[in-house]
Design a protein around this ligand. Structure first.
Ligand code: SF4
Length: 345
């Protein structure tokens, strides 16, 4: 079992549940007006930790504001300038992510570690295969990644700092997998798992699920991030779905939906896209079916708590397996969300 690392209100490693995280997709200088409600939706969808890029201390006030508004622990992502890490800790972030290899001289990293120790801030050593020290000894990439992480950990431990999480990511799934496995054989710090720059929704979900799923089944990984060239809501949904599939997270909404075909009388694809995040954000522990026609619609509706299905040229809302009412396609989203919010388990 790994050590336990406190990150704000939650812990990573040991017996703690595996947490899901994402990284905000807009610069701090351009926070969207609906920021607070978006964070609330992410939290309700199952996001446990959120990271923000912090490249410029002129965004100090924005970062402090974000820490205040976010309902989950905030991580500051730091590259190159050690002073950004020092400043981020004054905003009370729960964790910082650094790669000591791009911070410069060792004393700069040590200053960060001293301050983190003083303020009770966790640190992720985040190494990517593309930003490692020179490989003078002809080591394998896996060994170079693991040895580099272990060296940085020794710097931290020399200062009495142990609240460290480690990630060894590559865009190559097999390398990410082998590096995490090797690290966890040689060290008991918890790992943040991910496949970096993994592509769009389909590519990332395939690569990340294959890599992270196998590691988690072996007990490796305290926190996960799907890196998707897409929405951060998709990243959270993918992470939560993986944990639920592995039996590592219970509860939450189960959505059954048909892929849609030429028989459909209800556009299940477009409808799901429209309401999926809102449905998941309700956090209701129920099953909702969204079906295109009578071939499988009534059957799935019978097994679901709520369902919307096309039958002939009409659309029906089902409750507890029975037709509840006929609805118009324009109102289907609002009708279903209302039924979900009123549903008593
Ligand atoms: S439920 Fe109907 S529309 Fe959906 S995939 Fe099956 S046959 Fe096609």
């Amino acid at each position: 079992m790994t050590r336990t690392v406190r990150v704000g209100s939650l812990t990573i490693g040991g017996n703690s549940p595996v947490s899901v995280q994402t990284m905000y997709d807009i610069p701090l200088s351009k926070l969207e007006p609906q920021f607070e409600s978006r964070m609330a939706v992410l939290k309700a969808m199952g996001c446990d930790i959120i990271r923000f890029s912090y490249p410029d201390i002129r965004e100090h006030d924005a970062l402090c504001n974000v820490v205040r508004l976010c309902p989950m622990p905030v991580v500051a992502d730091i590259h190159f300038d050690w002073r950004n890490a020092m400043d981020a800790m004054d905003c009370n972030v729960a964790k910082i992510r650094i790669n000591p290899g791009n911070i410069g001289e060792r004393w700069k990293t040590e200053e960060i570690v001293r301050k983190a120790l003083d303020k009770g801030v966790a640190i992720r050593i985040g190494l990517n295969s593309g930003s490692l020290p020179r490989n003078d000894g002809g080591k394998s990439m896996v060994d170079l990644m693991v040895d580099t992480a272990l060296e940085y950990i020794s710097w931290f431990e020399n200062l009495g700092f142990y609240d460290t999480v480690v990630s060894l990511k590559a865009s190559d799934s097999a390398l990410s997998y082998e590096a995490a496995r090797e690290f966890s054989k040689r060290c008991d710090y918890p790992m943040h798992l991910g496949v970096t720059e993994a592509g769009g929704v389909v590519s990332s979900c395939v690569k990340s699920t294959w890599t992270l799923g196998r590691l988690l089944e072996q007990g490796i990984g305290g926190t996960i991030r799907y890196s998707i060239t897409g929405s951060i809501e998709d990243e959270v949904q993918a992470g939560v779905e993986l944990l639920r599939t592995l039996g590592m997270r219970k509860g939450g909404m189960k959505i059954v939906s048909c892929p849609m075909c030429g028989r459909c009388s209800f556009n299940s694809q477009g409808f799901l896209k429209e309401v999926e995040h809102e449905l998941l954000a309700t956090g209701k522990d129920i099953c909702v079916a969204i079906m295109g026609c009578q071939v499988n619609g009534p059957g799935e509706a019978k097994g679901a708590d709520l369902a919307v299905t096309g039958i002939g040229n009409k659309i029906y809302l089902y409750k507890k397996g029975e037709i509840y009412k006929q609805i118009d396609s324009a109102d289907a989203g609002a009708e279903l969300l209302k039924a979900v919010s009123e549903y008593e388990i």
